[in-house]
Design a protein around this ligand. Structure first.
Ligand SMILES: [Zn+2]
Length: 246
């Protein structure tokens, strides 16, 4: 589906939308395909800090497009303190590949931090206040439905997960498999994951945010790449809105 995602247009579009909503842009690192940027609203300590990211895998366009749409429509209102990284893998997004141009899967590099992208991004994350909620937007080539990982180090409230699946259900069914990526589901579409990495040195971003930043609650949303892009974008938008409001 990356034929409908145009990296050269994405970043300028996100930049314009973010500036119009009063967000500040910070350059984390330059890559061969342009800058890796973070966007923040104010860092008022009394507001709930929420962090969102997407585009760490360059062949998963629905996440970046969903964050752009939410930014354009003014979803990120000043009731929370927002930190957003919409395009963590510029060279992968430019090429439409999961990995970077150097062949690295950034979402396995948060322990060793060998890549310039993750080194810069992790250092930036260290400077942010710990998010109360982290939302990570991904896609999956093998699945036929929507699913998500929940990493929960606070209260277990199944109604949150059910609300997300219900909201997304207008566009995508839950993934029917009982085992997804070697993880047994708690209910269809819902993986309840410990705050521990599957591979000791292959930390994904969500484990770094849970362990290093002590984020008590995170959701990683996965839309099925084989479905229509507009439905996947709408599904991500619905999942983000529901998770934030729940
Ligand atoms: Zn991914």
């Amino acid at each position: 589906m990356s034929d409908t995602f145009h990296w050269p247009e994405f970043l300028p579009a996100f930049r314009r939308a973010a500036a119009a909503r009063g967000f500040e842009e910070e350059l984390l690192v330059e890559t061969a395909e342009g800058p890796l940027c973070a966007y923040t609203s104010d860092d008022n300590q009394s507001k709930r800090p929420i962090y969102l990211s997407s585009g760490i895998h360059g062949d998963e366009p629905a996440g970046p497009l969903a964050l752009l749409q939410l930014m354009k429509e003014g979803f990120f209102t000043p009731v929370s303190s927002w930190a957003i990284c919409p395009a963590l893998n510029p060279t992968g997004l430019a090429a439409g590949t999961r990995d970077t141009a150097e062949g690295m899967d950034l979402n396995r590099d948060y322990h060793l931090r060998k890549t310039p992208e993750v080194k810069a991004h992790a250092a930036w994350l260290e400077r942010q206040q710990p998010p109360e909620l982290f939302l990570s937007l991904h896609e999956d080539y093998e699945s036929t439905g929507f699913y998500f990982y929940e990493i929960n180090q606070c209260d277990d409230r199944p109604e949150r997960a059910k609300a997300i699946l219900k909201a997304v259900g207008a566009w995508l069914p839950p993934e029917p498999e009982r085992v997804i990526d070697d993880h047994e589901v708690r209910e269809p579409g819902w993986i309840f994951h410990a705050a521990e990495p599957d591979l000791p040195h292959g930390w994904p971003e969500a484990i770094f945010v849970a362990k290093q930043k002590k984020c008590i609650l995170s959701y990683t949303f996965e839309t099925p790449s084989q479905m229509a892009l507009e439905d996947r974008v709408a599904a991500h938008c619905a999942a983000v809105k529901t998770a934030v409001e729940a």
